[in-house]
Structures are given as C-alpha cells and as structure tokens.
Design a protein around this ligand. Structure first.
Ligand code: ADP
Length: 550
C-alpha cells in the first residue's frame, strides 16, 4: 500500500454534477481523483485501490453515506481511510453524531466552499504522506531489527562453534599432555633408579641432567595440562580437610634450597588465630602458593621473601584467609601488571631466556583462586619488589583435632603394631599392567629391601591375595581385564568371609585427582599419585605394614 507514490482520492456522490465540480476544485493537487456515484460502487473501488481520503455524500439512494462509511470501517483494509462527509442537509447535531459514529473524521456542507475543501484535503494529503513515510520507516526498522536478530543468531552460533573448537583443542591438549607424561615419568623414574646405583662422577652428572631436564619438561606439561583442563571446564574443586601449616611447610621446604643458593631470607608467618585444620582444596592452594613463592625467589636477587597467612574476615561459616607472598625483587612495570594473569604472558621475553618458565603459572593461579571462590591481586614497583596476595573462603574442619599431634588416619580394622617391621619382613604385592611402571616400582621397593611379588591385572591380584599373605598391596587403578577398584571390592568380600584384612593402596594417575572418595568407597585404605616418588612409596608401605588386623 505505502509503496505506491500516486495519491488517490475517492469522491462519492450520486449526482455527477457534484462529482465534476469537486474534481475541478481539487485539480491543483498532485493527486488522482476516482469517482463513484453510489455506496456500492465506492466499496467496489476500494477493493482495488488505496485511498488517501474519501469525500462521501450523505444522501444517496439505496445505500446512504453513513451506511457506506460503516461498511468501510468494518473492513480491515479500509478501516483507517479518513472520510469527510459532504452533506447538504441540516447541520443539526444528531446527523453530525451519526456521521462520527460511522467513522467520519470531518464534515463539509453543500454547497461546498472551495477554500475550505482545499485546505481540508491538503491536510489529509499531508497526513497520508507522513503516514506513508512512517510506514516505510517502520518497514526499514523491522528489516534492520530482523537483520540484527539474524546477525545476533549468527554471532551466537559462531561463538558456540568457537567455544566448541576451543573445548576440542583443550581436550586434545589434555589428552596429548597425558600421553606425553606417561613415557616422561618413565624417563624420570628410571634415571632416579640409575642414580641409586653405582656411577662414575661424570655418568652421575649426565644422568642427573637427564632427570632434571625430564622434571622441567614435566612441569611445563603439567601446566599446559592444567590450563587446558581449566579451559575445557574439567577442573573441579575439592572440599577436603587439610592442615594449613603442613601445607605451607610442604610449599616452603623444597624452595629453601633454591632460596639458600641465592642467599635469600625466607620468612613464613602464619597468624596464630588461623586454625590448623581447614576444609578446602589443598592441592590447588599448594600449587598457587608454590607458583607465587617460586616466582618470588626466581625474580629476587637479594633480600627477603615473606610468606604470610592471616584471617581477613569471618562471614558465617566462611573463614576468609589471606595468603601473601612478598619479595624484594626486580618488580613489575606498571603497564604490564594488567596482563600478568593472562596465559603465556611474561613481562619481557628476555626473562624467559634468563629464568625459564612458560608464563602460565599466574594464569593457572588466578583461575584456581577464582574456582575456589577467591580473588588474587598484585602490587608491584620496579626495583622495589612485588606483593601477590589472594583471599579464599575456607571452613574450619570440626572433625579434626590438631593434626600435628594426631595419629595418622587408619581405617578401623587396623591397629598399630608394637614392633615396627624390618623391611625384609614386609611383603608387598605390586599390581600394575604397564611393564615400565612395574619395573620402576619394583626397582624402588627392592632398593629399600622389601620382599616383593607382582601381578599384572586385577584378576591375578585377587588370585594372589587368596593364595598368600601380603602386608601391603599397591594397586594400579586403570588396568585391563579387571581394574583396581573391582579387584579391591572382590578382595574385601572374600576377606570378610574368612576374617582377614590387607591394606590396599591405590596408585593413581594425575588425571584421576579428585576421585579419592571412589577409591576409599571401594575399600582401599589410601592412595599415592603417579609418578611414584620413592620417599612417598616407602613412607606409605611402612605406615601400613606397621598396622595389623584386629
Ligand atoms: P613463568 O614464571 O612461568 O614465566 P608466571 O605466569 O608465573 O609464568 O609469571 C609470568 C611473568 O610474570 C613472569 O615471567 C615474570 O615476568 C612476571 N612475574 C611473576 N612473578 C613475579 C615476581 N614476583 N617478580 C617479578 N616478576 C614477576
């Protein structure tokens, strides 16, 4: 309708003379005049044309103007066309009201005054033009809106596709890193085993470098694995009881050698009111603290590294602990602080050559802190040092007494043996399907003098436990035929029937972190993480071998 540029006006009058005179009055307008001599003819013309205005005679035979107007107003298509009634009869209000009731917008009296008719028609033509412009604008607006909606949908789709691609990439990296870790762990553990034996000085140095390079590579792969797991949304937060002072000790201890070699002073202060036993994710907290404290040492040439823990606020059950690591090192330029927590960011590329590192540590730390519900921030001045701090909501562990003095947690059927066993008297069954891992664990255990037996899957392990007595079983979790969890369940059922109990320790991969409850629920007593470290495996074997079944 609005698209046509021609403006049509319909004049309806049963007297052709009136039609002609009104047409003549309107000839100056740039409009096309249509004429009808009856209401019916007018209605039929309206079916085929779009009118800007109708001039409608009131008194007509058959169908008068009011009836014609009523029918026009009854149709959706013609309802909004303005009508001016042209009437010769009385100006009495009754007629006027009837006209307005049938939808008139105005009145004119016969004989028509050309000036009045012209000025009224002019107004309606103007209105019609504006209505058309408005309609065109509305259509344009509707088109723009629908284009916007469409591009928004395309954007959403593109975003979803990008997210999916990113997730696929992260999954791929996570899998790759995991695959690389396995042989790398083999290299590190084998070189550790070689180092236990007799070596010439030069050979020892070389094997030590193999081990150190392997460990550096493992650190990098672990960071890549961590960041890709975070990006793939696969990182979960654990809630478990832990001792905060032990955790900080475990962070600081391996760093003291490094700090000592640079003559740095390493000061740790844990405010007295920080409770020992808290609930949170100790693995992530340790990793963040290790990264911050490691960086502080790495980027400080002289002075002191301060580590401080204090309560920043208490809100309901949450105890907000503020962890601060402050150094007197090289500092960070102000314009670099904003990007510090982005992945692969290092203040200047020469630091990579001087100090090594991937630029992932702080990105992982920030994500970990945020996943745990906290916030991390940094203050730094060039040549004056940096202060990294994060605050975490943790809960006090009500079940735990002071764990510094507490006995190690051992499951109920076991009680402490009076006599610590001699290692050669401790029999250990190692259950592991991968030959290299088996060789490493057996190598480590034999260096400490245990008596060892092996099984290469769950079925074999169950059969061996039924045949002979073992003080401790070290059980891999993922194995073909029967996995470690099913094997443990089956051993526990059999033991119950004969009244026996063997401590079973799970050996879990890094990726299985957080599955602790699953191991314990299956009847395992404890777990150690792969790559197996000799000191840890000795500690756990002796701990459980010194306990007996009640
Ligand atoms: P990496 O240490 O592996 O390079 P990080 O993400 O832990 O990765 O650190 C990123 C960069 O931030 C570092 O390379 C260094 O430039 C800067 N940085 C981090 N901690 C400190 C610090 N305590 N003092 C000075 N610069 C730091």
């Amino acid at each position: 309708m609005a698209s046509s540029n021609v403006i049509n006006i319909l004049i309806v009058d049963d007297k052709p003379g009136n039609l002609v005179s009104m047409e003549a009055i309107l000839e100056d307008f740039d409009v096309r005049i249509h004429k009808a001599t009856s209401g019916n003819e007018a209605l039929s013309k309206m079916l085929h044309n779009d009118y800007a205005l109708i001039l409608l005679d009131v008194q007509m035979p058959e169908m008068d103007g009011f009836e014609t107007a009523r029918l026009m107003k009854g149709s959706e298509r013609t309802r909004n066309i303005p009508i001016i009634f042209v009437t010769a009869i009385s100006t009495d209000e009754k007629h006027i009201f009837q006209g307005y009731g049938s939808g008139a917008v105005d009145y004119l009296f016969k004989p028509v005054d050309p000036g009045i008719l012209k000025s009224k028609v002019k107004v309606f033509i103007e209105l019609y033009k504006q209505k058309n412009t408005l309609e065109e604008l509305t259509i344009k607006l509707e088109n723009t809106i629908s284009e916007l909606i469409q591009s928004k949908m395309q954007l959403k789709l593109a975003k979803e596709q990008a997210e999916q691609a990113n997730k696929t990439k992260s999954d791929f990296i996570a899998n790759m890193s995991h695959e690389i870790r396995t042989p790398l762990n083999g290299i590190i553990a084998m070189s550790e085993l070689v180092l236990f034996g007799h070596l010439e000085d030069e050979q020892r140095k070389r094997v030590q470098s193999v081990k150190q390079s392997g460990e550096s590579l493992l650190d990098i792969i672990n960071e890549i694995l961590d960041i890709s797991k975070i990006e793939a949304g696969k990182t979960e937060v654990e809630f478990t009881g832990f001792c905060i002072r032990k955790l900080i000790q475990a962070v600081v201890q391996p760093l003291t050698v490094k700090a000592g070699s640079k003559a740095l002073d390493l000061q740790v202060e844990i405010a007295e009111d920080v409770p020992d036993n808290l609930i949170g994710d100790p693995v992530k907290i340790r990793q963040v603290m290790f990264n911050l404290a490691g960086n502080a040492i790495k980027f400080t040439e002289k002075g002191t590294i301060y580590i401080r823990l204090e309560i920043s606020k208490v809100d309901g059950d949450n105890l907000w602990i503020c962890f601060t690591v402050k150094d007197t090192g090289i500092g960070i330029p102000e314009n670099k602080i904003g990007q510090l927590f982005d992945s692969f960011t290092q203040v200047d590329s020469s630091t990579t050559r001087r100090f090594g590192g991937t630029g992932l540590g702080l990105a992982i730390s920030k994500r970990f802190v945020e996943l745990m519900g906290g916030k991390i921030k940094v203050k730094s001045k060039l040549k004056e040092g940096s202060e990294f701090s994060f605050t975490l909501p943790l809960q006090v562990d009500p079940e735990c007494k002071n764990s510094e003095t507490a006995e190690p947690e051992i499951k109920p059927p076991l009680v402490k043996n009076a006599e610590p066993a001699d290692n050669s008297m401790i029999s250990v069954l190692v259950v592991e399907d991968q030959p290299i891992n088996m060789e490493i664990i057996v190598g480590m255990l034999s260096l400490n003098g245990y008596s060892i037996d092996t099984a290469c899957n769950g079925v074999e392990a169950v059969a061996k436990v039924k045949e002979s007595h073992y003080d401790v079983v070290l059980m891999d979790v993922q194995m073909p035929e029967m996995d470690g969890i099913s094997a443990t369940k089956s051993i526990r059922i059999w033991e119950k029937s004969i009244g026996n109990y063997t401590p079973i320790i799970a050996m879990t991969a890094h990726a299985m972190k957080g599955h602790k409850d699953q191991f314990l629920d299956a009847g395992m007593d404890d777990y150690i993480e792969k790559p197996i470290k000799s000191a840890i495996v000795y500690e756990i074997v002796n701990k459980y071998a010194n306990y007996v079944f009640k």
